[in-house]
Design a protein around this ligand. Sequence first.
Ligand code: MSP
Length: 522
Amino acid sequence: MKEKFYITTPIYYPSNKMTLGNAYTTIVCDALARFNRKQGKDVLYLTGTDEHGQKISQSASALGKSEKQFLDEMVEDTKDLWKLLDISYDKFIRTTDEYHEKAVQKIFAKLYEKGYIYKGSYKGWYCTPCESFWTESQLVNGKCPDCGREVKFQEEEAYFFKLSEFSDKLLKLYEQHPEFLQPKSRVNEMVNNFIKPGLNDLCVSRTSVKWGVPVDFDPKHTIYVWIDALPNYITALGWGSDDDSLFKKYWPADVHVIGKEIVRFHAIVWPAILMALGIELPHVVFGHGWLMFGGDKLSKSKKTNEHECIDPRILAPRYSADAIRYFLYREIPFGYDGNYSTEAFLTRFNADLSNNFGNLVSRTFSMVKKYFNSIIPESYDLTEDDLYLKDYALNEAKEVFKHMEKFDLTKATASVFNIFTEANTYIQKVQPWAVAKTGDEKRLKTILRLLLETIRIGSELFEPFAPVSSRKVLNALGLDNKTFTNLDNINGLENGKELGSLDILFPRLDINAELESLSKLG
Ligand code: MSP
């Protein structure tokens, strides 16, 4: 049986359209999903939307729409965006899906029966127009942080989850499974900031929130936020339904990829819920850093300054999804915060995609066309220069696997590009055009074959990150393999096969002209 790999994104709030920030997590997971598929694993890649709560009702009514109509439109927009970015998710869960709502009610009831949920009262600062509770520390100058209006101290009946009982078990989990929470620095944050000071029980129901899943045995309560959202990772697999075959096959998740601000919920609350239910824990929770836009985590507007256009709906058709994806993997050190700027994006586009990868492919293909009518030549004796490039490429290929094992997408893409850079250096060194002049056909064939093989290896490895351009190259090389093949040798191509034609992969950009034109958009 094939090894399985189950990967998830957070389920996003569709109260606004998805941003490049949400796209970041989805893009990251996509490379991991595709890489594991190429390793021959049976992958399930889950994403979706977190559709309950006051904010959704407010956003819908502001537009004069019902929640359902509003959400359906947002979900469509989200799915369109994922398509535009070549996201290969296998399943999309909506928390308003009936099977999810039923399973969540079942979880709530089960936790109640087992004594992990009890009835108490919730105290906080209530903003009547926003229908929202705030804690003291959330208030801005003593007023509602959302609308700036007066708040009043209020108490409401609510159910609580006994999170406080799980401190020791969680500490033991981090100790026994150091791989559970990554990167490592997040463990200290959890222990020092939350567990050591003492965990509070978690409020898991509200009577003031109408747009939510009702507690079936006490329907004036709706199930509040995390106990509705977190279980999506198991309800999507059919846990609690008549058909739980996916759950049996894919659970536990191999990795939940999330932004750092929700690590607390995934590394504390979620394992506690699962322990209480007696369900196995996910193998890894990976809390990545934030994509920053000129120092801000998120800009809801399209532009952060006059040059910035950060709407992926504009960027992807203009520069390709591959280019956006590559930039994010490569430029934002995975696991840490990193800056997005249009200028940096365009600069990398030219330097890496156009001048390095694109140029390597186009000059090699045109030499094979010029000297050998686009027929893939055979190889003869390898010289020292050839052996150096060969060993270099095969070694970097191994490095890519090692980095991916550690979820280090940034180092993995750097290793892929080391291969392309080295191949370009090799061309300058061995000067195939000069060899052509000497009439040494065997030597020329060997050089070009080695270059094609190096391009093959690089493109194979690049495919999970930049699926469209890499697949074009692989197809032009006559390959239609779905899984990684021949990454430990330079005999992956067929002698005598004709190369397919290839357009320029990444046409070089005039950066100033692009910045100028982007500044006029939106
Ligand atoms: N609905 C909850 C998650 C529930 S998961 C069981 C939620 N939704 S959200 O719409 O606010 O999405 C937050 C997630 O979007 C972050 O955890 C992160 O994955 C991603 N990002 C949103 N903005 C981001 C950046 N600027 N940078 C990186 N990721 C960001 O929280």
